[in-house]
Design a protein around this ligand. Structure first.
Ligand SMILES: [Zn+2]
Length: 342
């Protein structure tokens, strides 16, 4: 069987075809209706009968060869295309991904959660209270009459009288007592923002307080001291000691400032504490007038309350000299508290 020159050229072209589209154009060129093979087959009719058979045999062989070559080349190209796409679209699992920026709990949040946890374990119920209060809840009901200096405009943010931004969490005492409707015992605590016109290194206008209140029959200073000591030791460590210093608050009688042994020197005295003691919170037995405002009979029941600044706890825990960085949202500062186990 002898192939024509054009057939050999066609085979070379097909083997060299670079794309599937090139294969198709070669198929049209050689095997299409207007193609070379069709023309050759038509030419058979002009041949003498004895040559026609041999020539037809050759042409059929060429046609089968070209078709086989095209199919083979198409398959090669398709496989190559597949491999090229596999290579190009390969997902390299060894590349490191884009790591998200993990946030950390704000130090105040960490301290707040820790304090809440302590109070819950001591049997207190946590409740919230409005940050916008009436003067009655914020002052009058807490034995702070209209002439009390804390009610001055320069100390307090007035919203629209009689509404004020609460200056302490203590209004929660009145709300909790009135809601309890005389029920005993009452053990409640709250954590939340309070507002005063203060702004310096250790004061900010918005700060957070935690406050606890217990009302029952026969409640006295030993109960207060026991609970406060338990809270302080839970937060700062079992070696802490506390002492109560007589003080004055309108809503407690008697009132006491609570000092704890300095967590830095454990009471030996250092540059920070000088005396070995650090003032941490205010406390006292609930004033009879406050009990009355809450709907309790002060001749029948008594109670104690204590409150402290959450930021102050954070400063002591972390050894901070300033309070303001806690509210300046500088992630370099905040990230430093990432590993604190609070
Ligand atoms: Zn000290």
């Amino acid at each position: 069987m002898e192939a024509d020159d054009w057939a050999r050229a066609a085979l070379r072209d097909i083997e060299a075809a670079a794309t599937l589209a090139a294969c198709e154009s070669l198929r049209v060129q050689y095997l299409g209706k207007q193609g070379r093979m069709t023309a050759e087959l038509r030419g058979l009719a002009r041949l003498p009968a004895d040559e026609r058979r041999a020539r037809g045999f050759v042409l059929n062989g060429v046609k089968a060869q070209l078709e086989a070559a095209l199919a083979h080349r198409r398959e090669e190209l398709a496989r190559g295309e597949h491999e090229r796409r596999l290579a190009a679209e390969r997902l390299d699992m060894t590349l490191p991904g884009v790591e998200p920026q993990w946030g950390t709990l704000h130090p105040i949040t960490q301290v707040r959660r820790r304090l809440a946890d302590v109070m819950l374990r001591l049997g207190f119920t946590l409740r919230s209270a409005p940050e916008v209060e009436t003067e009655w809840y914020n002052f009058d009901a807490l034995n702070m009459p209209a002439d009390h200096p804390a009610r001055e405009m320069h100390d307090t943010f007035y919203v629209d009288p009689p509404y004020v931004l609460r200056t302490h969490t203590s209004p929660f005492q009145i709300r909790a007592m009135r809601e309890a409707g005389g029920e005993l015992p009452l053990r409640v605590a709250t954590l939340g923002f309070t507002y005063r016109r203060d702004d310096d290194a250790t004061h900010v206008p918005q700060f957070m307080q935690m406050e606890g209140l217990v009302v029952d029959r026969g409640i006295g200073l030993p109960d207060l001291k026991g609970v406060v000591l338990a809270v302080v030791r839970d937060v700062f460590g079992p070696a802490e000691r506390i002492r109560l210093r007589p003080s004055f608050f309108p809503f407690t009688e008697p009132s006491a400032e609570v000092d704890m042994s300095c967590p830095l020197c454990l009471g030996a005295g250092c540059r920070v504490c000088h005396t070995g003691w650090i003032e941490v919170l205010g406390s006292g037995l609930v004033h009879p007038r406050v009990l009355e405002a809450g709907g309790y009979d002060p001749n029948d029941v008594s109670g104690f309350a204590f409150g402290w600044g959450v930021e102050r706890v954070a400063m002591l825990l972390y050894g901070l000299k300033e309070l303001r960085p806690l509210y300046q949202s500088d992630v370099r500062f905040l990230r430093a508290f990432d590993s604190w186990d609070v």
